[in-house]
Ligand binder design. Structure first.
Ligand code: HEC
Ligand code: HEC
Ligand code: HEC
Length: 339
């Protein structure tokens, strides 16, 4: 009998709480509905179930989504993000649009809070203030950016480790034309790399969407002038000129489908010449190489009209950064400039 009374009393209290709660929701300032925002804006790619698919990573059971620190997630939704990303052992390389101009701080906070609690996710909620702080222009100096974003891998001394290449006395960092180096910071880089006779083969993350052009210029200027390095500063305009980032992942698949039959999967050549270590491929100016790809030459087919400009930019970037090649990325604008 006692237990029934207790349950009955508890029932009244719970009902009262629900009423009070729903009352306050109607009365209070209308907080945006994160789930509704998600269904309208995000589900087309990430799916209503949060499972993603194709080039779109899952948000359900995604460790990045559930981690305590929300800074990267806020940056991703505010600024967009492109380039390789690893989620639960699978690599994705699509294009996450920027929502800076589309959604308010309160809406971004609401949709991220929804994403962090839906589908058994359990990340802490995101506040409007956190989004507002991330939207403000980056005020960190190049040295501070290096310390917080790069030093874990490249070391505070710039000497690197056996896994991460040194940036001190590194010819790519010191090159008179900084575009190859900026390209690596913007687009990331994967694959064999030789620095001053030492080999590396690992993954440099992309910073597009994670850092503003001004911040990339600041950190690039810092690494060109720290630890005895002595190269010219990098401007925001030089970073912007690298253009929209291209996906090396897309380039790899275009290459496998269209080029490997003649040039071989490892770039060592067959019917076509070796592209690995090829001096025409490794020069800073991509125009001669793009002209060959677009116009064809002897046995080399013309790819104009066969591949989209973005795919040609991607495959050229892939060829220029694979198998020990070490030339800068190619942008869609570079491809469109070829007559
Ligand atoms: C046009 C397709 C598309 C839409 C729409 C889209 N996304 Fe994305 N999203 C992506 C892609 C692709 C990536 C991975 C980007 C990469 O590879 O760098 C991504 C990445 C993310 C990530 C980072 C995941 C991680 O592991 O770090 C979050 C968080 C995210 N999206 C949330 C959202 C939210 C919230 C919305 C709606 C406001 C949204 N996305 C709308 C395509 C999309
Ligand atoms: C998670 C570890 C990691 C972080 C963080 C990281 N890097 Fe890297 N970086 C790498 C790896 C690994 C490579 C070599 C990639 C390869 O082998 O293809 C690399 C390569 C580079 C290169 C090209 C060097 C060359 O010889 O071509 C530059 C420049 C660079 N990183 C700058 C930066 C800057 C600036 C930051 C911070 C904004 C940064 N990195 C953050 C791992 C990292
Ligand atoms: C049918 C075989 C074939 C296919 C497919 C092919 N190529 Fe070629 N490629 C060649 C040949 C042969 C040459 C050398 C042409 C010459 O000698 O004038 C060449 C030359 C090149 C060059 C110039 C190299 C130099 O030293 O100047 C580049 C760059 C190149 N190919 C890239 C590509 C890319 C990227 C693709 C895929 C989109 C591709 N090729 C597909 C056969 C091919």
């Amino acid at each position: 009998m006692k237990i029934y009374v207790t349950l009955f009393v508890a029932g009244i209290i719970v009902t009262g709480l629900i009423l009070a709660n729903s009352g306050s929701r109607v009365m209070g300032a209308q907080a945006p509905d994160g789930k509704a925002i998600f269904l309208v804006n995000c589900a087309v790619c990430h799916q209503a179930t949060g499972q993603g698919g194709g080039p779109y990573p899952p948000l359900a059971a995604n460790p990045d989504v559930n981690q305590v620190d929300s800074a990267n997630l806020i940056q991703t939704v505010l600024n967009g993000r492109t380039g390789p990303i690893m989620v639960n052992g699978t690599q994705y390389g699509g294009n996450m649009p920027s929502w800076r101009g589309e959604l308010s701080n309160a809406e971004i906070a609401a949709v991220l809070t929804y994403v962090r609690t839906a589908w058994h996710n359990s990340g802490p909620s995101v506040s409007e203030d956190q989004v507002a702080a991330a939207r403000a222009p980056e005020a960190l100096s190049g040295a501070q950016l290096f310390a917080t974003k790069c030093a874990t891998c490249h070391q505070p001394t710039g000497q690197g480790t056996n896994t991460y290449p040194p940036l001190a006395s590194n010819p790519v960092v010191l090159a008179a034309d900084p575009s190859a180096m900026i390209g690596v910071i913007v687009n990331g880089r994967t694959g064999p790399l030789n620095v001053n006779g030492k080999s590396f083969n690992n993954q440099m993350p992309t910073w597009k969407g994670q850092l503003t052009d001004a911040s990339i210029a600041a950190v690039a200027t810092y690494i060109r002038s720290a630890w005895g390095n002595n190269a010219s500063p990098v401007t925001e305009e030089q970073v912007a000129a690298i253009g929209s980032p291209v996906s090396v992942q897309v380039g790899a698949s275009v290459y496998a489908k269209n080029c490997a039959a003649c040039h071989q999967a490892n770039g060592e050549g067959g019917v076509g010449p070796a592209l690995a270590g090829n001096p025409h491929v490794n020069i800073a100016n991509p125009t001669p190489m793009l002209t060959t790809i677009l116009q064809g030459r002897n046995e080399m087919p013309s790819w104009r009209g066969q591949l989209a400009a973005s795919d040609i930019a991607a495959v050229a970037t892939f060829v220029r950064s694979s198998w020990g090649n070490n030339a800068g990325p190619v942008t869609v604008q570079d491809v469109k400039a070829i007559k």
